[in-house]
Design a protein around this ligand. Structure first.
Ligand code: GLN
Length: 305
């Protein structure tokens, strides 16, 4: 398996030059475009890796399924569904008009920014700090890491260059779709995107989702299996933004990308996969990362279809 990963990594390295590191958040533009790594955790607890898989980077949008999980755990499925829909938007992650009609909660989903911002407002806790710490603790458990933290430089950069996300949040507020203090909810979103992870952490999150809520090997249950089904289904249809349809055909597993270059993929019942390659395609997905997943899926017959 190590040899397979090494070989696929080398075969896909050429695609790095076709992509571009995100620069709309200045801190992200400092990433090394040539970093490339993969980590896999099988449901039986086996770990395999290749390349720069221990390097850390910010989770960015890969926190969206975790925000969804936290909102589901705190409010239940029906309450969450009432607030944010489940349909693919076919639009970029930060699209302003997610539908041609007036803004309607049924026209957004938890994997685009508007939906994730609403998820931030649904986290329970007495104070904002308590709410964020609960999210951080769930992220740490899912990632299999006790020490998980926020990259302050990226967080401040996100916040200073977050006009688009601010606009999205205030638009939600004006339509009565967002409760609570808008700036506080936005702060939660910016901080959540700035949590530091590695390929190993992403593979662990994927493995728990693949294992329907249990940690491989220890079998400790973190969330009910019905929630894994919910999150994996949303990942399948919306996880790669407006590239989700093509990704379903080419790769065929639930997955989530982030603009720092991470991808977390879930092969249900089989494995969790974490990939890092910061050069992105025009949709904001890791370009070489998707190629690598496509080849891996062909080699190991991972497609669920
Ligand atoms: N922080 C990023 C943003 O909202 C996350 C986006 C992403 O990873 N696609 O702009």
């Amino acid at each position: 398996m190590e040899e397979l990963l090494e070989r696929l990594l080398e075969e896909c390295r050429c695609y790095i030059q076709e992509g571009h590191v995100a620069d709309y958040i200045p801190e992200l533009s400092k990433s090394d475009p040539d970093a490339f790594g993969i980590y896999i955790i099988n449901s039986d607890g086996r770990h395999t890796w290749a390349g720069d898989c221990r390097q850390s980077f910010t989770i960015q949008s890969i926190v969206k399924p975790i925000l969804l999980l936290q909102a589901l755990l705190d409010n239940g499925m029906e309450a969450v569904q009432r607030r944010v829909g489940m349909e693919a938007t076919g639009k970029p992650f930060d699209a302003i008009n997610s539908s041609d009609q007036a803004l309607d909660s049924g026209h957004i989903n938890p994997m685009v920014n508007m939906g994730a911002i609403v998820m931030c407002s649904l986290i329970k806790g007495g104070t904002y700090e308590e709410r964020f710490q609960r999210l951080l603790s769930l992220t740490g458990k899912l990632a299999g890491e006790e020490e998980i933290g926020v990259d302050e430089a990226v967080y401040l950069s996100e916040k200073a260059h977050g006009s688009r996300n601010r606009a999205l949040a205030y638009l939600l507020k004006s339509y009565g779709l967002l409760e609570g203090d808008v700036e506080e909810v936005l702060d939660c979103y910016f901080r959540a995107c700035s949590i530091r992870v590695s390929c190993k952490a992403l593979a662990h999150i994927g493995a728990v989702l693949a294992n329907r809520g249990r940690i491989p090997l220890t079998n400790e249950r973190i969330f009910p299996s019905a929630l894994a089904r919910y999150v994996n289904a949303i990942l399948m249809t919306c996880g790669m933004y407006d590239g989700s349809g093509e990704f379903a055909v080419r790769v065929g597993v639930p997955a989530k990308s982030g603009v720092a270059g991470g991808i977390m993929a879930v092969a249900p019942t089989r494995m969790g996969i974490g990939i890092y390659s910061p050069a992105l395609d025009e949709k904001g997905n890791s370009l070489a990362g998707i190629r690598l997943l496509e080849k891996l899926s062909q080699e190991l017959y991972l497609s669920i279809f």
